[in-house]
Design a protein around this ligand. Sequence first.
Ligand code: SDX
Length: 430
Amino acid sequence: MTTKTVQLTLDPNQEAIELPVYSGTLGQDVIDIGPVAKANTFTFDPGFTATASCESKITYIDGANGVLLYRGYPIEQLAEKADYLEVCHALLYGDLPNATEKQAFVDKINNHTMVHEQIHNLFNGFRRDAHPMAIMVGVVGALSSFYHDSLDISRPEDRDIAACRLVAKMPTLAAMCYKYSIGLPFLYPQNDLSYAENFLYMTFGVPSEKWEPNPILARAMDRIFTLHADHEQNASTSTVRLAGSTGANPFACISAGIAALWGPAHGGANEAVLKMLDEIGDVSRVGEYVKRARDKDDPFRLMGFGHRVYKNYDPRAKVMRETCHEVLEAVGASDSPKFKLAMALEKIALEDEYFIEKKLYPNVDFYSGITLSALGIPTTMFTVIFALARTVGWISHWKEMVSSPGFRIGRPRQLYTGPTQRDFVELADR
Ligand code: SDX
């Protein structure tokens, strides 16, 4: 990394502190604030709006220009030309695979798509109406109890097998959540199907019927996985990195990422978009809700709009919008009232001066919910699918961090504004 320096003067009577400035291959420079601690001072950045938490070579986002690159490849090109397992290879190992590497990777993933039979018993501990994200947090964390022989994070082969197991098993576990919720039997993966076909088979197939993949729906599902595969240092990825910095095993770290993704401000937004569209109900009420979203005193926000980084159109939303049209066409729901309502909401929001001023554009979640709904996926499973797709991003960041030479525990400090020291008061005197 090339460096220059900036001077920081905390006390005019003392020498200025020299802070190194690093430039990456793309994007903003960063100021190394390490020397500030020596001056017994901390930097303060709640919400990390101006903080680069790490160095990474995996994903690059340019929020002002709506650019998203996985290992340098534009998301639009990957979504159109690659399949999800090729994208997984690029995220995990640094580049798209050639034909031999791709076949070897597909075979490796296929070797791990099944889960231990004892995992079925874990599901039985949940109510049938348990939110599937609650089940996923539990069962993914519990996976570590099945692989005692390969959890040494200092061994590259253990890191790699854990990553492949997670990518391979997430569709199986996600489909099991759905089957468990509707009281139908779990289906075992069929490895002659593609990754996306296998997920749709395990989700919608039944033992008593032959199941044929629909290539348009399978391609759409595969593209949804690619669009959600990684996104730099978002809240759930940062959670995985912080958990991993303690040396926790990869399954526990991914379980932490699933928990963080569940929030409606993050991965729970696609589920929240559908709930919002149901609440709005009719195009005639869109103006009322846009007005509420502008009202500072009203906690209502337009779910699926806005982004911490994108102050332009989310490039994933553009691809997601096209995929949404394809799926609605394929399932004969092009004139779906929900999609028409979403189009009306998008048009009005994009023309509203508040949204223009705040640079609030539709994000990936705005269209993914409608698309998943058209695929027949229940709303409660939307974030599970987001977690399925994002697991490769989480584990790629985990691998990058754990294998980096400067790997150490993350431990932020704080600005303390609580009581100054005071003596204990006996109960009788309080
Ligand atoms: C994801 O980080 C990632 O990369 C995440 C993600 C990924 O792939 O990992 O891209 C996935 O999480 C996408 C975002 C999904 N969330 C939603 O759609 C929920 C609705 N959006 C908002 O909650 C919000 O936009 C966030 C959480 C996404 C971003 O929040 P920020 O960056 O903290 O922005 P902010 O809340 O400070 O908003 C800035 C201003 C505020 O007004 P002021 O305080 O400046 O007056 O914009 C307003 C907000 O009130 N605002 C909205 C709004 N989003 C922001 N007003 C109405 N409706 C909205 N949706």
